[in-house]
Write a protein that binds this ligand. Structure first.
Ligand code: PDD
Length: 277
């Protein structure tokens, strides 16, 4: 397997990270996960734009142009002969003696990228998944795709321990998102989803879904919804790079839409599939 480390294509075993890399010590960095379908990065532009935005919001300057980064990622996907999978990439602030303030005089960010073969979760897309509901204990800048994922990990671990795929997060009864996906509900033919503000990651798959809705004249209400609305929804689905449009058929042990994916979720799944083919 090949990896990119600071612009160089290396064998995985040759790549090493310093123990005082701020990403390793502090989670001081940002990342993206990009889907590869048919050897091509899906919505690559959007992911790179969000990467730049995340980096800028924590004062990391990416030492490449978007075109340079695109070329590197393309070379990696080609070298790995990746047809269906993901590209993971991250920039940390860089290497510096451990101190909280950003290194004085600047530091070169550490860039890592590698691919992974990942199939489409066809069975789960067909049958739907189960989710738990838990407190959103994360910080207030969830719009930044930061390496600091402990709040997400703790929630997802709880889900895993309950035999579920996702944890639906809420702040005092207002649903925000999943631990690694965005969430939407359907009520009376309308889609409700949290607005893209500091409380959620503005998911690229969420945006693809919203574009589809616009085109298809499906009503969308981008406003926070409550736990009560969630549990009484006609349909619930997740969106994300790895989960696509994923039906949730059981929430906190109770069936949603009769334990089967609902019709609007099915329609969105089909339309999403058209986008990626
Ligand atoms: N997760 N919300 C959170 C907290 C996420 O971590 C993700 C993605 C999403 C969906 O975003 P997008 O549609 O752009 O993938 C929403 C990635 C895949 C991950 O951490 O593995």
């Amino acid at each position: 397997q090949n990896v990119i480390l600071n612009g160089e294509l290396l064998e995985r075993g040759e790549a090493s990270i310093d123990i005082e890399d701020r990403g390793y010590q502090f989670g001081d960095g940002v990342y993206e996960v990009i889907r590869v379908y048919n050897g091509k990065m899906f919505t690559e532009e959007e992911h790179l734009e969000r990467l730049w935005a995340s980096a800028a919001s924590i004062g990391i300057e990416i030492p490449y142009s978007k075109e340079q980064l695109q070329e590197q990622l393309k070379a990696l996907v080609e070298k790995d002969k990746l047809s269906l999978g993901t590209v993971y990439l991250q920039f940390t602030r860089g290497i510096s003696p451990r101190k909280h303030p950003f290194p004085a005089g600047g530091v070169t960010p550490t860039f890592v990228a590698y691919t992974r073969e990942v199939g489409r979760p066809v069975e789960k897309l067909q049958a739907g998944v189960k989710a738990i509901i838990t407190d959103d204990i994360r910080w207030l800048r969830c719009d930044i795709k930061s390496l600091n994922l402990l709040g997400n990990l703790l929630a997802n671990q709880k889900a895993a321990e309950a035999g579920c795929d996702e944890a639906v997060l809420h702040r005092e009864g207002r649903v925000t998102e999943g631990s690694h996906s965005n969430i939407s509900i359907v009520k009376d033919g309308k889609i409700h989803t949290h607005p893209a503000n500091h409380f959620i990651l503005n998911g690229i798959s969420r945006r693809v879904m919203l574009e589809i809705c616009k085109r298809e004249n499906i009503s969308v209400i981008e406003e926070p919804f409550t736990l009560e609305e969630l549990t009484q929804a006609d349909e619930v689905f997740l969106t994300g790079t790895t989960v696509e449009v994923m039906p949730v058929v059981e929430l906190a042990g109770k069936e949603i839409s009769g334990g089967k994916p609902g019709p609007l979720t099915r329609k969105l799944q089909d339309l999403f599939k058209n986008e990626i083919e």
